[in-house]
Design a protein around this ligand. Structure first.
Ligand code: PMP
Length: 351
């Protein structure tokens, strides 16, 4: 017997690579190619550095208040965390506490099964159809909770608010989490359903549409009782999750509505153009409403294209997994970055 028998063994989530060398065109982790709002930069320089001596506000009051005002909710309906990964992990721990399996799609954010394993939550995968669509009937079986991203990742496919509501209507006895990490790139949020479904939790992030992946801010919105439950677990885990700069700068990013709309608009425009160009090069993909496109070439394998791009200093994401091994998930960068990508792809597929 040794200490090794008592270890909690898990197979960790594998994040996309963060290259150390300069000059890489990085289209592998769905970051925003544009900097955070200009007012965020000004505030960053003005942060009272002597205040870092103190513990930060445990409730992240300013940030919560700003988010509540923006989304037309009460501050008591908002929970913030260190990126939406932290928020989602807390939500798994808080709400998925049943003997029955939680349900999520077979092709989805690859952190869900990792948290389920970590917290010993049983789960069942619901297969997407051949067009990578969710079948709402799959979510009408007995379960201990439901989670899916909308738009889904890595497919980029957006489901309608009506479909989300159909799933909610069939599941009044469990918490349904909708992970809206990519909702700001042209999707319709299911936030309006909050007033009618007290078991709905909507999770969003500052990492994509608000250009602040490095700051690590995510948030959940839901009814006050749900948020209170999340807070009880959070305060049993770590009271000071949100550091002071994240709280101050996050609040400022929410205030800057014009910049937010502009950058999302630019990414959507670039995405729509890239879709046309990828088609011309022989790629197929489900229509994406996210800041990435999940594309497969008609004749060349995903793995081969992935390596050829990498050799040219262009990083995209590829999973050697059933059903999606031929696909590449390509983040939408600046127009210039996407021009470079398309030139490289044209060369590669001509070989
Ligand atoms: N949900 C989905 C669907 C994602 O793709 C990501 C990004 N990896 C996250 C949540 C987590 O993002 P973050 O922790 O940066 O908010």
């Amino acid at each position: 017997m040794s200490w090794e028998d008592k270890v909690r063994r898990v197979v960790p989530y594998v994040p996309g690579e963060q290259p150390k060398q300069k000059g890489i065109i990085k289209l592998n982790t769905n970051e925003n190619p544009y900097p955070p709002a200009p007012e965020v930069e000004r505030l960053l320089r003005e942060i009272d550095y002597s205040a870092l001596r103190l513990y930060p506000d445990t409730d992240a009051g300013e940030l919560t208040k700003e988010l509540a005002a923006y989304y037309g909710l009460k501050p008591s309906q908002i929970f913030v965390g260190v990126g939406s990964d932290d928020v989602l992990s807390m939500a798994f721990l808080t709400f998925f506490n049943s003997e029955k399996p939680i349900l999520f799609p077979d092709i989805t954010y690859s952190f869900y099964d990792v948290w389920a394993d970590l917290y010993r939550i049983p789960y069942k995968l619901c297969p997407l159809d051949d067009s990578f669509r969710i079948n709402p009937d799959d979510y009408k079986q007995e379960n201990g909770g439901i989670i899916f991203p909308n738009p889904n990742a890595p497919t980029g496919v957006l489901e309608s608010v009506d479909m989300v509501e159909e799933i909610l209507r069939a599941n009044p006895e469990v918490v349904v989490i909708v992970d809206e990490a990519y909702i700001d790139f042209g999707g319709e949020s299911c936030l309006p359903l909050l007033s009618r479904y007290e078991n709905l939790l909507v999770v969003q992030t500052f990492s994509k549409s608000r250009s602040m992946a490095g700051m690590r801010i995510g948030f959940a919105m839901g009814n006050e009782k749900l948020i209170q439950c999340l807070n009880d677990v959070k305060f049993s885990f770590n009271s000071y999750t949100m550091n002071l700069p994240a709280q101050v700068l996050g609040a400022q990013a929410v205030r800057d509505k014009v910049y937010f709309a502009e950058t999302c608009g630019k990414i959507i425009k670039t995405r729509e153009w890239v879709k046309e160009e990828l088609k011309k090069l022989g790629f197929d993909f489900p229509d994406s409403k996210a800041n990435f496109i999940f594309a497969a070439h008609r004749h060349m394998s995903g793995g081969v294209i992935f390596e050829a791009l990498r050799e040219r200093g262009i990083y995209v994401r590829h999973w050697d997994k059933p059903r999606i091994g031929n696909y590449l998930r390509i983040t939408i960068g600046t127009k210039e970055e996407m021009e470079r990508l398309l030139e490289a792809l044209a060369e590669i597929v001509a070989e």
